[in-house]
Design a protein. Structure first.
Length: 147
């Protein structure tokens, strides 16, 4: 990486090694979890990046991404359901899905070390927050770093 400028104590870097891949999922709800850890590892391997980060971004405003320890999936689903129920909102329609997405996140940044994403004993999941609606979803993976 090369330093290309400094402005008000902000460092700007030019990154030459960037690999971008979009994956597609056919999902269903409510609160369904789709494990995308394998797709993330595959993208990192395909990129050839040995040291850097992978940015995982979910398109749309009602899906989200979470990193959960193995075995915690059902507890997470129940907690999300309890925190943000489907009905009772002033906004008609799918306010719950937007709120669940906001509470979780539409992006995750994962370190890449020795050519592998570092997630420990966790898995990365796409969360379908829409209730009872099958959706075509897109997730973009951008791997940045050194080869």
């Amino acid at each position: 990486m090369k330093r290309v400028g400094v402005e008000k104590s902000v460092w700007w870097f030019k990154v030459n090694n960037v690999y971008v891949k979009t994956i597609r999922l056919k999902t269903y709800g409510p609160n369904a979890l789709f494990d995308i850890s394998g797709e993330i590892a595959k993208a990192v391997e395909e990129s050839g990046i040995r040291k850097g980060v992978v940015v995982v971004f979910s398109h749309g405003s009602t899906g989200s991404l979470v990193r959960l320890k193995d075995g915690f999936e059902e507890k997470f689903r129940k907690a999300l359901w309890d925190l943000i129920p489907i009905d009772g909102w002033e906004h008609p329609g799918n306010a719950y899905a937007h709120l669940r997405s906001t509470l979780t996140s539409t992006k995750i940044v994962i370190p890449v070390v020795d050519g592998k994403p570092v997630i420990g004993e966790s898995r990365v999941y796409f969360v379908e927050n829409q209730c009872y609606v099958a959706r075509d979803r897109r997730i973009t993976l951008a791997v940045h770093g050194e080869k």
